[in-house]
Design a protein around this ligand. Structure first.
Ligand code: FES
Length: 90
C-alpha cells in the first residue's frame, strides 16, 4: 500500500508555533493509523499569509489543511480519511 504523505510546514511561522515537535510524532501516528504514513517537512506552504486557513502551525494531508496542528488533530484527520476511504470501497 502506498504511504499517505503528511506534510508538516517547517517555515518560520509554523516552526515557531511548534511544528518542529510534529516532525517527531511518526511512531505515535503509525500506531494510530491502519495504513503506512510518510512524514515530510516543507518550507512555507503559503497558508500563513492571509489568515484564510486559520493559524499556524499548518499540516497538509492530501488536500486537507490542518491549522493549529497537533498530534491529536493529525490522528483524528487520518482516522476520518481512513473511514471515508473504507466507505468509498463499499
Ligand atoms: S510558515 Fe507555515 S505556512 Fe507559512
Amino acid at each position: 500500500m502506498k504511504p499517505l504523505t503528511i506534510t508538516i510546514c517547517t517555515g518560520t511561522t509554523c516552526y515557531v508555533m511548534g511544528s518542529g515537535y510534529l516532525l517527531s510524532i511518526q511512531e505515535q501516528i503509525e500506531s494510530a493509523c491502519s495504513r503506512p504514513v510518510e512524514i515530510v517537512g516543507s518550507s512555507c506552504l503559503g497558508l500563513c499569509k492571509d489568515g484564510q486557513y486559520g493559524r499556524a502551525p499548518f499540516v497538509q494531508i492530501g488536500s486537507t489543511v490542518i491549522a493549529e496542528a497537533t498530534a491529536e488533530k493529525i490522528i483524528e484527520t487520518l482516522k476520518q480519511q481512513t473511514a471515508r476511504n473504507s466507505m468509498e470501497q463499499i
